[in-house]
Every structure is written in structure tokens, then in C-alpha cells.
Design a protein around this ligand. Sequence first.
Ligand code: PLP
Length: 445
Amino acid sequence: MTAETLPSQTARSEALFARARAVTPGGVNSPVRAFRSVGGSPRFIREAHGAYLTDVDGNRYVDYIGSWGPMILGHDHPAVRGAILEALAGGTSFGAPGEREVLLAEAVTRITGAERVRFVNSGTEATMSALRLARGFTGRKYIVKFRGNYHGHADGLLVEAGSGLMTNAEGGLGQSAPSSAGVPEEYARLTLVSEYNDPAALDTLMRERGHEIAAVIFEPVVGNAGVLIPTPEFLAALHRVRDAGVLLIADEVMTGFRLSLNGATGLLGLSPDLTCWGKVIGGGLPVGAYGGRADVMDRVSPQGPVYQAGTLSGNPLAMAAGLATLAVLEADPGIYGRLEAYTSRLAEGLKSAAREAGVPVSVNQIGSMLTAFHQDAQDGSVRTYADAARSDTAAFARWFQAMLGRGVYWAPSQFESIFVGAAHTDAELEITMEAARAAYAGLGE
Ligand code: PLP
């Protein structure tokens, strides 16, 4: 990137942010976009193509957000755009079933082994609905989640929920349940919190209270405390929860169709009872889904007594985008290897640049997900929420700003994964590494 193209001009973004703050809480429609944990003013994006975002001032950035996961093929992929335009010509919403919903459900069941799937409009709806279903199926009230795992913003799930909540200006680190105002303690009490990657704690909880617990919901690879990778012992303990008649719900909203065609579940050899999807499954349009065992899923209305509905669920444009995305992923068996190769080279580059600058950084990477924690733990040894929380968020914030100033749009929080897409090539890696070397050198000074 040349000096003239470096993003120094931000007047239009700042003006839009001022207008946005007057009409929208905090000026954004989702908290982590507001840059509160890294400071400064968020960039307002005008358009996105391939691996790049362009903001309203005309600055271009190599994009590592990928819309927080959906854009695995890169922005404005021709196959996805074409499918959306074709669907658009036939009308935008019917309120009656259509063929694309059947096609996408067939693709999801074929790829993942789920016997039934129901489409909703977001990851939040998917997890919320899966939990209601688990309670309806088992007749039990309690659920278990893990500290620092995020499953969307349904009331009972905003408990020790990581991500935006770890860096929220009002909340901060280490807060106790519930982690949002407006969630009644009575709701939060039905959510039991255990430590991620602590098999003994989960076994104890199951022994003592398993008979009251409807489901354990978990991120099979965590993205929402930064990337945390599960140990084999923890995965084994997760499978054991079924001994107590507890349903195992894998939240693959972030990892589904990303870490492999069959998500983290496929990669790690997990066999959950229910799975939740979002992000990639909608190819950049609003889609979520939950699915799994037929005997459980057939309790969902209208087949069964667990109610769940949606005016725009199965929307034809959203289904078309999801179908096109999955078709490209399925047709290109080398794609996951290429994503992994790029991200591994990025991980190695970051480590060596940080080392040269004398900046302590610990990298967790799996497939196309990566977090570089600003702390001196060994690579791969950040395994829990508490480990992640030891990071130097002030150093991260300075590093983030230095990257942004050099045309690289990293996730604006220490406790997030970045997402690599198929449009990232050697050219983007080079720009990123040049920026990273300078950004680390700046921190080391
Ligand atoms: N579950 C996980 C693992 C997520 O990462 C997210 C969002 O980041 C959600 C659920 C919620 O999805 P949505 O933002 O589409 O409601």
C-alpha cells in the first residue's frame, strides 16, 4: 500500500458517527462495531469487494472481520451475488414455503448429518430456539454454558458471555452473572456456568445436578473470548453429559461451514444432539438455523408442542445466498486447506514480527480463525476465559490503531477471532505483515 492510499482521512466517518449517535444508541447497531475497547471513531463502510473494505472517505482496508464470519468466500462473490439477483427477480418474501428452503435444508442435512433443520434469521434466534426445544424435550429447566462463550443475546444466555461483554465499557472483565442489565436474576439462575476446558468441573456439575439439566450449550471452538481451542479431555467430558440424559448443543454459529465443511463438529469428531448455525450459512444475508436428531427436532411446531416461528424465516434471498455459498464451498475441496495455509502463515508472521519487536504475543489459531493475545503465555496455552483475560488490552488497542492506520482492519477487540476468507492472497498477506511489523515495532519503542 502506498503512502497516498493510507487511511489518514476520516472526516466523513466521523461526521456520520456524530449523526448516528444522535439517532442510535452509541451510534451503532451492534456494540463491538463502536470501537469502545480500542478507542477512536469507527469507520463507516461504503462498500466491500473480495478481501477489502472501502470506507466513506475512500480508504481501503484488508478486511479480517469478514462481517464477523459470514464472508468466507470474500465480499461480493460473483456466485453469491448472481444467486441473490436471480432470487430478487422473483420477489423478496412470500410468507409461504418455497423450493430454496428445501434445497438449503437438504444441503445442510447432507453435509452435517443433522436429520432435521429449521431456519431462523440470526444466530441468537437459533440458540434461543434450541434451548427452548431442549427444555421442551427433556422437561428440565436448567441449562449449562461456559464462561466466556457467547451464544447471542437471548436473556438466559447473557451470563458470563464473553466477547462484546468482556470489553463493554460499563461491564469490564470478570463480571458475575447476569452480564447485562435487564436480565432478571431469576432467568440467570436457570443458567449454570462452568469453566471451558475444565472437564472435572463439568463432570462434577453433571454428577450433582445432571438430573435437572436440559442441555449443555458450548462453542466447539471458542471465538468469543478470542480463539480458545478445546482439549481432547474436555471434548470427552462434553460427550459424557449424555449419560445424565442431558442434550449436547454445539453452537456452530461462528465455526459452522468455516473450520471444515462440517464445521468444528466435523473437524473435532463431535456428535452433538443439536447444532446451531448462523453466519456462513446465510452467505452474508440474515440466516440462522438449528437442527439435529429427528426425535428432538420433531417436537418443534407445527409437528410438536415447542413453539417457534418467523415472518421472514426461510427468506428467498437469504436462502439463495446460503445455497450459493455452500455450493461453492462443497465444489472446492481444497478451499479449507488454502484458508488454513494462509492463516498459519499469518500466525507465523505475527509471532516472528512480535518477537523481533520484543512484544509478548501468544497466538491461538485453528483453520481460518486466529487471535493474537497480547501476553507472554506460550503459543496455544491460552485455554480459558481467565487465561484470555490476562491480555494487555491497552497494548492491543494501540496495535489495532497502528494496523488500521496502515490499511488493515483487524477485529476491534482483543477478545475476538479474526476471519480469513478465500479472497485473501499473498498480496494481502504481504500488506498485513508489513503493517504488523511496523505496528509491533511501534509498541516495542
Ligand atoms: N453464537 C455464536 C458462537 C456467535 O459467535 C454469535 C455471534 O457472534 C451468535 C451465537 C449470535 O449470532 P447473531 O449475532 O447472528 O445473533
